[in-house]
Design a protein around this ligand. Structure first.
Ligand SMILES: Cc1cc2nc3c(=O)[nH]c(=O)nc-3n(C[C@H](O)[C@H](O)[C@H](O)COP(=O)(O)O)c2cc1C
Length: 336
């Protein structure tokens, strides 16, 4: 499997050096997490959390905690956009192209209320003609690769997902990342991987599978049962930023890895975010990282009480020296 994951793939004429992607995650997949992941390596592409197409056109990358990046990561970074206006999405896409990102990802998958209420994300799947217009408009505006992140739709019917996939492909999308869950179902029931195979069989462009891949066994199973071209990893990449290196290069964390990673993350947050945002985002990250430990709740609770990054670092040292027992599998209850 690691050979397959390291095999390059060409997307719209651009070479990607690996088939494991970091899934877009608002509030988690920011510049700091991506820098940590880059230190371990093993990924093909990194996706930003969703950025509003409306604001991106005039966003200041040095002030935004969402639309920000390191120049070194641009060649493997894809910026995800959400919105519902074909014209505004195209304008935002032009900026992303001009900044030098690898590509653009259009969000047709987010099912959280604040996004769906604005008729964005998964809500767009109720109107496939608007989906087509958005992709066509973005396609006309840019030549960088266009990815589509989408889910099954609003009812448990894989034929709707297949229909949407064909519409995306015909409108000019270059690759699909498919999360086989219905929209009101957040992460309570398992995703139906068999739908990934149906989507893969229906289009010619590459299809990447997403949903509940937590370890090597899951990854192998998704690839073998769906025939997908690669895998997009979400929550597990926050729990174990070295997961890409583990799956592609057999990286095995030792006892030092956990403490070093946690402390390095605190340093990276301090480097990239101003103090209030830094503490807020670190607490979000810590909830996931704490899922590595058998008694992760007490570690997480300690961190939620911290007011500043110095308190956070003290908490980490107090809880992680000596290293608490590592859970055999991450505590899923902590992964919202
Ligand atoms: C906190 C959080 C934020 C997310 N934000 C986004 C987002 O901005 N855009 C998007 O397309 N999906 C978003 N997702 C969904 C993930 O990309 C992914 O589809 C989902 O977590 C399932 O994959 P996993 O089981 O590997 O985590 C988010 C998920 C989580 C947990």
């Amino acid at each position: 499997m690691s050979e397959f994951l390291q095999k390059s793939i060409v997307i719209s004429g651009k070479k990607v050096h690996g088939r494991l992607f970091l899934a877009p995650m608002a509030g988690l997949g920011h510049i700091a997490l991506r820098e940590m992941i880059s230190e371990y390596g093993g990924f093909g592409l990194l996706f930003s959390g969703m950025c509003s197409a409306k604001t991106i056109v005039h966003e200041n990358r040095f002030k935004s905690s969402v639309f920000s990046w390191r120049d070194q990561e641009l060649s493997s970074l894809v910026c995800q956009l959400f919105g519902n206006s074909p014209e505004i999405m195209a304008e935002a896409a032009k900026r992303i192209e001009n900044e030098g990102f690898f590509g653009i990802d259009l969000n047709f998958g987010c099912s959280v209320m604040p996004i769906c209420k604005q008729n964005c994300g998964a809500a767009l799947l109720k109107d496939l003609s608007l989906c087509r217009k958005i992709v066509t408009s973005v396609r006309k505006a840019v030549s960088v690769p266009i990815f589509i992140k989408f889910r099954t739709g609003w009812e448990d019917n894989p034929h709707m997902a297949v229909k949407a996939a064909k519409i995306f492909e015909n409108a000019g999308a270059d690759a699909l990342v498919f999360h086989p869950r219905v929209a009101p179902d957040r992460r309570t029931r398992p995703p139906k991987w068999e739908y990934i195979k149906m989507v893969k069989d229906a289009v010619l462009i590459p299809v990447f599978g997403n949903g509940n891949v937590m370890d090597k066994k899951d990854c192998k199973k998704m690839i073998n049962t769906t025939g997908c071209d690669g895998v997009s990893l979400g929550r597990i990449a926050v729990v174990k930023p070295w997961i890409f290196a583990s799956l592609t290069n057999n990286f095995v964390p030792d006892t030092g890895t956990y403490l070093n990673c946690f402390i390095n993350m605190a340093n990276l947050f301090e480097k990239h975010f101003e103090s209030v945002i830094c503490v807020k985002l670190f607490k979000k990250f810590a909830r996931y990282f704490a899922a590595n430990f058998c008694f992760g709740h007490s570690l997480y609770t300690g961190i939620t009480r911290a007011d500043n990054i110095a308190d956070i670092k003290n908490n980490i040292s107090n809880h992680l020296v000596p290293l608490p027992e590592i859970a055999l599998t991450p505590n899923m209850n902590m992964l919202m």
